[in-house]
Design a protein around this ligand. Structure first.
Ligand code: CA
Length: 360
């Protein structure tokens, strides 16, 4: 996307653009929307991101554009949010593309793919690397328009009842891990399971599963997983910086006055920024609490990471060979990823490696 197009499309430059603000609140039409969220209400970070977005739109329109956010099950189940938006059951949804890889694996790109981009690199790709154009072109086929609307940062790699000292220890381990990450775990010898957040604790407690991944310290602490599986692995190599998406029904989007479209664009970008900031601010204290509660931190064994990365890249090449929609995004994404990794190796990583370990 060219910079000028980005500014126009993203509404960053209200002062420079063609949008004129209505002079009085009375000129603004009343609009009421419903957002279905895929995330439990207990997650003030992710579910809260949707609410923050809705509140900001209301403020920007002086209360005329009201959006209510509904938890999973209130209108539709959490994993049917995209379908509800597509069918017009709700005007919009707050969800993650990778929940829908069963429809097409290309759905993963607007969230995360294993060994993919970090949160900052996701934003670079979306806003300046062609990612927003490519994912929008893909979602257009479904009558949906997408906006980046939150990011958790690099996730943790999950909770294990027994220590995993090398790749061999993964054999037969039943792990709650959805999507592409689960597919790779299966090729590594584990047995992936798909469970909603609320079922993780009881399943781990009674030994129905041996391991589970969720998000990171702040959200994981609420589930109490450290009490039933104390070995806490990092990093979540399948989620280097997952983006949550706001999905809007294209027809509903087109009905909005341009000013309201700009408000949505600005509010989504703000929510995208704030969620990551909130996680970064809250995770350190949560991690401390987990460690005091008995959690034992471990990095994933190197042989496991290496095998997983190799399998991931083979899976992408294989998928690109048979899925044109996947290939179109993947080819561009891969070039961008490789360039970003080269650059981040220079200043960013050198700075982080030295400073995070040596400055107190
Ligand atoms: Ca996760």
């Amino acid at each position: 996307m060219k910079r000028r197009d980005f500014l126009k499309g993203a509404g960053v430059g209200l002062a420079a653009g063609a949008v004129s603000l209505p002079a009085r609140a009375a000129d603004l039409p009343e609009v009421k929307w419903r957002i279905a969220s895929s995330f439990p209400k207990s997650l003030d970070t992710i579910f809260g991101g949707g609410e923050q977005f809705a509140k900001r739109v209301e403020q920007l329109t002086q209360g005329k554009f009201q959006i209510r956010v509904f938890a999973p099950g209130e209108i539709v189940p959490g994993l049917q949010v995209f379908d509800a938006v597509q069918q017009g059951t709700v005007e919009a949804g707050h969800s993650a593309g990778y929940y829908y890889v069963g429809k097409n694996k290309a759905f993963a790109f607007d969230t995360a793919v294993p060994f993919g981009l970090t949160a900052r690199q996701q934003n670079a790709w979306f806003y300046y690397g062609g990612g927003l154009d490519l994912t929008r072109e893909f979602y257009k086929e479904y009558g949906v328009i997408n906006f980046p609307c939150g990011n958790t940062g690099t996730q943790m790699g999950g909770w294990f009842r027994k220590e995993i000292k090398s790749l061999a220890d993964l054999k037969g381990v039943k792990m709650r891990i959805p999507g592409f990450g689960g597919e790779i775990m299966a090729k590594l010898g584990a047995v992936p399971q798909s469970l909603p957040g609320s079922d993780i604790y009881p399943s781990l407690e009674k030994g129905a599963i041996d391991a589970a991944e969720w998000v990171g310290p702040y959200d994981d602490e609420k589930l109490g997983l450290y009490k039933v599986a104390k070995h806490y692995y990092y990093p979540g190599w399948w989620e280097g910086g997952p983006t949550l998406s706001l999905y809007i029904n294209q027809k509903e989007w087109e009905k909005l006055p341009e000013y309201y479209q700009q408000c949505i664009t600005v509010a989504a970008a703000e929510a995208n920024l704030h969620m990551l900031a909130e996680y970064d601010a809250k995770n350190p204290a949560a991690l401390g609490k987990l460690i005091r509660g008995g959690a034992v931190l471990h990095p994933y064994p190197k042989d496991l990471m290496e095998a997983a990365a190799k399998i991931a890249n083979e899976l992408y090449e294989e998928e690109a060979g048979k899925n044109p929609a996947f290939k179109k995004i993947y080819d561009s994404w891969k070039r961008f990823r490789n360039d970003e990794f080269q650059w981040f190796r220079v200043a960013e990583t050198t700075y982080a490696n030295f400073t995070f370990s040596n400055v107190k």
